[in-house]
Design a protein around this ligand. Sequence first.
Ligand code: IFM
Length: 441
Amino acid sequence: MLNLCKLPPFTFPKGFLWGSATAGHQIEGDNVHSQWFHEEQTCTEPGFERSGKACNSWELYDEDIRLLKELGHQAYRFSVEWSRIEPEQGRHDQGALDRYLDMLRKLKEAGIFTCVTLLHGTHPQWFEELGGFCREENVDHFLRHVEFLVPKIAAYVDSWLVVNEINLGGILPEHIQLRRIRFKALARGAEVVKRFSSAPVSSAHAFVPREPLRPDDELDVAAARYKDWLDNGFFFHGVRTGELVLPGQDAEFLPELKNACDFWAVNYYHRGLVDSRKGNLIGKKFRFNAFNTVLGKAMDREFCPETFVKVLGRITDKPIWITENGFCADEDRFRIVYLMQHLAAMHEAMELYHADVRAYFHWSLLDNYEWGSYAPKFGLAAVDRQTFRRTPKPSAAFYREVIRANGASGELFAKYIPELSQYAQRDHFEAAGKLSVLTQA
Ligand code: IFM
């Protein structure tokens, strides 16, 4: 592959939507009625951090909207916290609802396309105490919430994601059961949303394609196919046909599942290697390809733009929105490299497989609370942990230029990462590796 600085210009179809994504618990702060906040108070894992005030977006949402405008974003994905709307079972907080309404109105006044997630990693503590999504009968509580919320905010919402990333999980029977119940919640939730809104509805799928660690090993190949079904296949098959097929369970046909998604909403970060010699089937990343980009954290990252192309080639039967894609690194140049590679990969899939990609939401607008830690930094803008001041990084300027041009080019990339120009004709991994060497120096 040519060095990214040499990549010829590529553009996206007219009307392509560009934006960024966040989630309530990760940015709002003081989300005290959620189950996550409760768990945080008792967690004793070494290095675990509590969310605290997060990015204080509960108070500073005007600043977030200003930032979106300044960075040229056309669309914003965020979540409405169920635990703020219904902090106690059956008691609704009008103040919280008004605050979300104010934010939505302001986003619309700013000309921003809104994409609202109804469940993103959190739910009320009272719901958790009832057994959460481990008990199928509890889905009704969620549906009642959707029924309460959606008609009140629908006038300002341009698209909906019922749930975020319910497809991932372990391989034990209880993990599989959880997928089944949450899948039903998303299907029935989509039905409720459609009663009150004609805006498109979907659910964000964490698309981690599973590949065998040893490509010629029969068991690795079989295990990878199994794990890929467990994490990806069951979801797409279910929405395409209405048939819910999960290992160890009788298949079910749910009419509401069929077409519960108007478009495929894809969160893509990396692939997953499957090792049949491990109890949990999780394979380690190849050493030559993995590098740590977060100071003080043992977090191996790898760039897999090629699997992004392949992933998009598997879902060409509906419009696709990339509802999350991004990279965590202290060194912002990695984010630019990652972004450039993945935009080029997305374009490649559109040409090669006719993948109908219509929108891209970068994860994330801000450096936020990464479920237990503030160390992994995914933001286009840094957030000062004391003052909450937002400071855009060079990657935000790069992305703004991409949005303006509705595409990218090697020339634009080289403007931001000139130090890589000299590696013309070299493999891009080598170039990225070089960047890590530069960083560590
Ligand atoms: O921060 C998370 C987000 O909440 C869900 N998708 C993956 C992101 C990065 O890990």
